[in-house]
Design a protein around this ligand. Structure first.
Ligand code: UT7
Length: 331
């Protein structure tokens, strides 16, 4: 939707990734795969894997602490904490409430959203709406994913793709300088849920010994179909986000896309007319961290000085649901 003036802006970001690096060669020693296959098909060379003792809330809180410190925001000042994850530490209560407790955000309304890889953009869009409605001044959007806990380590076509990590952003009302969220274009299509899903483990198909034996509680993906849908949807969303922001491809200073597959990113950027020199890539080091991919990439790009004052940044995401979307910001 088009905003004549930005209503909310990202004032800071933070990230956390576990220290344990698992390379493609490490995986090739434990399953029938190779660095050549993984890197040529996806662009991924390594990923971070969290230890058993580190959960989604721990990682999310670590990323959020950094974002809050950089924004000089006291945890008690946070009005709304939106957390996206496909890997909650448990079903009840939400991981957002765990992060709230870990951070001490005593005055925040805290809840989880589940939009898979698109979760960070969905969360930002919700934070923007909350702020625009005047319901609060400080929003904390956290995306945290322990994908290693839900992939099927016996399915080489999916387990090599994902990694663990967390990213966060503090969002405040735009100060009138023109900085902030310029456009937000979010979509979903539940008809295609079975292309990327965990068939069992919820209340619909509860865990049983048979479910566990079939690995039906773990991630299943129709890779080729997901690939095609990802390129189509991210391209369309990117086009809409640019149009709604009143921008063209040449106005984009940096594209920070969801990091699932280098070929998907290249195809999306090509469709949008954005050269790859202006596209931030870190999936070679982290793999696909689902909704944490964009905030981690955004934070790295900011820290490296790739995003300066007044720069236009474009993000696009795609994931299970199916869900997808794109956003344009001015920093
Ligand atoms: O966050 C959003 C969600 N995910 C995505 O966006 C992922 C979208 N999809 C993809 O990125 C790609 O479809 C994949 C990277 C997952 C797969 O690439 P592909 O070129 O579509 O390969 P494929 O699934 O068609 O498999 C080709 C071959 C198969 O062998 P045969 O049947 O041709 O003999 C697979 O068994 O590659 C084999 N294969 C592997 N070989 C070595 C599958 N996984 C592996 C592996 N190592 N890890």
């Amino acid at each position: 939707m088009r905003h004549p003036k930005p209503l909310a802006e990202i004032v800071s970001t933070g990230r956390y990734v576990p220290s344990n690096i698992v390379t493609n060669d490490d995986l090739a020693r434990r399953m029938d795969t190779s660095d050549e296959w993984i890197s040529s098909r996806t662009g991924i060379r390594a990923r971070r894997i969290a230890p058993d003792c580190e959960g989604a809330a721990d990682m999310g809180a670590a990323a959020a602490r950094i974002a809050l410190e950089r924004a000089h925001v006291d945890p008690g000042e946070v009005d709304i904490l939106i957390l996206s994850t496909a890997t909650p530490d448990r079903w009840l209560p939400s991981t957002a409430c765990d992060v709230q407790a870990l951070l001490g955000c005593a005055n925040a309304v805290a809840f989880d959203i589940m939009a898979a890889c698109s979760g960070f953009l969905y969360g930002l869009s919700m934070a923007e709406g909350y702020i625009a409605a005047g319901r609060g001044e400080v929003a904390l959007v956290v995306s945290t994913e322990k994908m290693s806990a839900i992939v099927d380590w016996e399915d080489r076509s999916t387990c090599v793709l994902f990694g663990d990590g967390a990213g966060a952003a503090v969002v405040k009302p735009s100060n009138g300088s023109g900085r902030g969220i310029l456009s937000s274009h979010m979509r979903s299509d539940g008809n295609l849920a079975q292309l990327l899903w965990r068939p069992a483990g919820g209340v619909g198909v509860p865990l049983t010994p048979e479910v566990l034996a079939r690995h039906d509680h773990l991630v299943r993906m129709e890779g080729r179909e997901v690939f095609k849908n990802a390129v189509r949807s991210m391209s369309e969303a990117t086009h809409m986000a640019l149009h709604d922001a009143g921008l063209t491809a040449v106005d984009v200073d940096l594209m920070v896309p969801h990091q699932a597959n280098l070929r998907i990113i290249e195809a999306t950027a090509k469709y949008a007319g954005i050269p790859m020199e202006k596209v931030f890539i870190n999936l070679d080091r982290y793999g696909n961290m689902s909704s944490a991919s964009i905030p981690v990439a955004l934070d790295e790009a900011r820290q490296r000085g790739l995003i300066g004052p007044g720069d236009n940044v474009l993000s696009a995401a795609f994931g299970a649901g199916l869900t997808w979307g794109a956003m344009a910001w001015r920093f």
